[in-house]
Design a protein around this ligand. Sequence first.
Ligand SMILES: Cc1cc2nc3c(=O)[nH]c(=O)nc-3n(C[C@H](O)[C@H](O)[C@H](O)COP(=O)(O)OP(=O)(O)OC[C@H]3O[C@@H](n4cnc5c(N)ncnc54)[C@H](O)[C@@H]3O)c2cc1C
Length: 425
Amino acid sequence: MQKQRALIVGGSLGGLLAANLFRAIGWDVQVFERASDDLESRGAGIGLNDQLFDVFKRVGVTVDDSLGVVPKSRTCFDPLGKVLVEYKRGKVLSSWGRVYRSLKDTLPRENYHFGKTLSDFSQSGGRVLARFADGSRAEGDLLVGADGIRSTVRSHILPAVQPRYAGYIAWRGIIDESAMSPELHAAIFERNIICLPEGEMMSGYPVPGPSNDVRPGFRSYNLVWYHPVTEANLRDLCTDATGHCHGNSIAPQLIRPELIADMRALARRVLAPYCASFIEQIPKPFFQAIYDLQSPTLVVGRAVLMGDAAFVARPHVGMGVTKAALDAECLVDELSASGASIESALAGYDTQQREFGEGVVARARWIGAHLEAQNKPRELRTHAELHPDLQEFMHASGASLNEVPVLLQLVVARRARAQQRRLAT
Ligand SMILES: Cc1cc2nc3c(=O)[nH]c(=O)nc-3n(C[C@H](O)[C@H](O)[C@H](O)COP(=O)(O)OP(=O)(O)OC[C@H]3O[C@@H](n4cnc5c(N)ncnc54)[C@H](O)[C@@H]3O)c2cc1C
């Protein structure tokens, strides 16, 4: 019997997780990635969860200490640098490149195609025909849109669904451990630091270094500083020195030097000295606008959305990759359930992962509400928006999935149902 075939659009972490899982249930799988070469250089800090490790093990990715770095504490500094709250919490923090390498190396080369940009697709009679910008085509039983926040697959099936700007950006940067001054290293390196002046939020944590090295002396430190910016000012930030506006994002090398100087000056005024000093030492700061995205359905015919193409939660929950893994896991579990037609499997996927995705997005919005509120006049902000509860914030932001019962429960229940079905066959 001919194998069923999944066409996966997008070869980042979500697409790779799905591809490896589809292979594990015996499907033929083809990944189409628009980039022309390995994507390794992008991305910085990625929080990993036990539920993601479960999926790694299922597809044969080794889970060991080389995956990431675990900070010794979570520490909140006040603007003068005094420790306000500190507690032990160990979440594994990795880098995009480290996770990508493991997943990519697990997938046979012939299943992954670079330089393939999906332009459109059609479906009929339970088959999908995908067309690519280079004129090539591919046919399969299922089209999986793992093509991120600006998904082409989603734009065809749900054109009205668009990312919504959250009203703030994240300035980001990374410094090699060896390049940090000894004082700064001693003060922050082993810590996941938080700084929460009014209307701002900065977080920093250790991650694997260049070449994904996790040995002491060879690691890096990653910083994310959330800062409110109106939509009009975002366009100014995305305008280069020639006056050309690049939309809502801009390549790091095109950010105007005076904007970086302004950002560093603001850091000195509002952030704890350690945080400002870190920002001073970042060689190439860049920023990303923060968005929410919520899809009302994840399935139209044989086209399926997963990962960031389906839902994007603000990074405060640190769950993007785990959510993509759980989407992929649910999809293959539904498809491999005995006796299930593809249609009923997809309906099961839609119901379960929509509920999970909505829950993750809602939680991230709640954590970031005080940042979003900064674009309102001060007198219209609620007490919680002006003064977020520090303890509550420290526990919620970046918590592992095990610490969020309402979401964990959904995963545990879904996995138990899948297990029961496996045992019944
Ligand atoms: C500031 C910030 C911090 C973050 N921190 C964390 C964190 O701590 N933990 C965490 O888990 N997640 C974090 N994330 C989110 C995480 O990076 C993503 O959620 C995760 O990578 C899953 O994304 P994806 O694979 O679905 O999509 P993406 O990674 O966006 O990949 C989409 C892929 O599709 C390709 N593509 C797009 N269009 C086409 C097309 N037409 N044809 C072919 N290919 C196409 C793209 O080139 C890309 O490779 C963070 C995000 C941000 C912005």
